[in-house]
Design a protein around this ligand. Structure first.
Ligand code: 5CA
Ligand code: ZN
Length: 481
């Protein structure tokens, strides 16, 4: 992973075309040094330092959005079997996915310990102890931890892991069902803001009843359309009602002195958000990162002609100036040719490149190249301002390009046949009466998943694609990751 080694590697191997999305994705993860997939346990991957720096910046945004009114905390990784086995629906949903710790050294454990697949059963027994009265509510906490799921479907780095390393789970407690429902909306709006900051367009839908979180009253989900037209669920918010409150006896003393069951929500995001970031913005040259999350925001490439020392000194002065302004900047003064350097930093998704040569110096300008291809000369004097502006424009341009693609992948259809065609390349919006029976038939006949009812949209009357009943109901359908 020394510079010279990775350079020689990047020069000989070329990134596959994004048309072959799966190959492109896997190659990019290693060429851009995000994830090393060679760890010898299936579904468990290693973050390269560069990938981890992206993660740090991305999760910094999540923290910023939640810290407004949530408290960050940390619960143990292991859950005793008796607590884990209390909530029947939850057990049913997760029992095939749980890793169990059964021994301490050579002695069998009295009580088996589950590695958390998610943390309801670790957190809620403690909520029972923490919550006494209405004055303790609402309670909003979150943690960013690793969780373990023995996934049986095909595993993929960042997308379907057996060790999810970056599981952000929030858990909230409220007096009434309606307050918890409002919290689900708040969660979705925070996630929406999060994905806007990553310049990623997304869909919001209410999952059908058979696909909601085990133990939830309902689940609202955020999905991203990937480059192959399949969707990736990148966040979910669950209304848990009083299901877990009953199981774990979480009650509070209401204003009137009565003991009442609490209402709860939980919502989660994993490193799938980084899979979406990479996949939506990346291109044939590699990663393309929004300024806010790029580990290197600006790279300076000296064009070493003429008085090399003078150019280098000017480039370093520039670097210091940007560093003082808190820009994550790197000066690439290595012996590589400028072309090889461009290639290397484009692969890493660096948003802005500054080229500085003897002629630029004479004119008091630098050449600024944006990762989306826009190139211009900017004066040294206004450089900081220009960087801020170009970072904003790049953000808008990344979003526009992604949105144009996403909109092009979504189509309203009216029949099962058209839904089948459309889900081969993207997302179909299909008239659905809302019945479970028609829902199952749709999934069978279309051979795709129902993401559920689009949120925040109104549709004209149409006939259910299965039973013909007239109504305004719709469902998104897609092939899902
Ligand atoms: N306790 C709730 C809310 S935190 C929960 O576990 N919800 S979940 O099961 O829907 O997971 C939250 C999110 O984690 C999912 O929406 C999905 O984006 C992501 N996720 C789920 N399983 C995996 C996996 N095996 N690998 C990577 N990400 C995953
Ligand atoms: Zn129907």
């Amino acid at each position: 992973m020394t510079d010279s080694k990775s350079d020689s590697k990047t020069q000989i191997s070329k990134l596959p075309s994004k048309e072959n999305f799966s190959e492109w994705y896997h190659e990019l993860l290693s060429m851009a040094e995000i994830i090393d997939n060679r760890y010898p346990v299936k579904g468990m991957c290693v973050w390269f330092p560069f990938g981890f720096a992206i993660r740090k910046n991305v999760y910094g945004i999540i923290r910023q959005l939640l810290d407004v009114d949530h408290q960050e905390t940390m619960f143990p990784l292991m859950i005793p079997e008796n607590e884990f086995m209390k909530e029947a629906q939850h057990i049913k949903g997760f029992e095939e996915e749980v890793y169990w710790v059964t021994c301490g050294g050579t002695s069998p454990l009295d009580v088996k310990l589950a590695l958390r697949p998610t943390s309801e059963t670790a957190i809620y027994p403690m909520f029972k102890l923490w919550i006494r009265s209405h004055a303790d509510l609402p309670l909003r906490i979150y943690q960013i931890v690793n969780t373990f799921r023995y996934e049986t479907k095909h595993t993929r780095p960042l997308i379907r892991l057996r060790e999810i390393t970056s599981f952000k789970e929030a858990h909230t407690v409220h007096e009434t069902w309606e307050q918890a429902a409002e919290q689900v909306e708040v969660a979705i709006s925070r996630y929406s803001e999060f994905y806007r900051r990553l310049a990623i367009p997304f869909l919001v839908s209410r999952r059908p009843s058979w696909d909601k979180f085990p133990g939830a009253d309902y689940t609202t989900a955020i999905d991203v359309i990937m480059p192959d037209g399949r969707t990736l669920q990148v966040g979910t918010a669950h209304h848990l009602g009083s299901t877990f409150a009953k199981t774990y006896q979480i009650t509070y003393e209401a204003q009137d002195g009565e003991q009442k069951l609490v209402n709860q929500t939980c919502y989660g995001i994993s490193e799938r958000c980084i899979a979406a970031l990479i996949s939506v913005h990346g291109d044939e040259k590699g990663l393309a990162l929004p300024f806010e999350v790029a580990p290197v925001q600006v790279v300076i490439i000296p064009i070493l002609l003429g008085d090399k020392q003078k150019v280098l000194a000017a480039a370093d002065e520039l670097r210091q100036k940007l560093q003082r302004a808190c820009v994550r900047v790197q000066l690439d003064a290595s012996d590589e040719r400028p072309g090889a350097k461009f290639y290397k930093w484009e692969m890493k998704g660096v948003p802005l490149r500054l080229e500085i040569g003897p002629r630029d110096l004479e004119k008091g300008v630098v050449t600024l190249a944006r990762r989306d291809g826009v190139k211009k000369a900017v004066s040294m004097e206004n450089l900081l301002e220009a960087i801020a502006n170009e970072a904003n424009d790049l953000q808008a341009s990344l979003y526009q390009r992604a949105e144009k693609y996403a909109l092009g992948q979504i189509k309203e259809v009216s029949s099962v046949e058209d839904a089948q065609d459309q889900t081969k390349k993207g997302v179909a919006i299909v008239p659905w009466c809302g019945s479970v029976e028609c829902g199952h038939q749709l999934e069978d006949q279309v051979e795709a998943n129902m993401l559920g009812e689009p949120q925040g949209q109104m549709f004209p009357e149409a006939a259910c694609a299965v039973c013909g009943k007239i109504g305004r109901g719709r469902t998104y359908m897609a092939r899902q990751y």
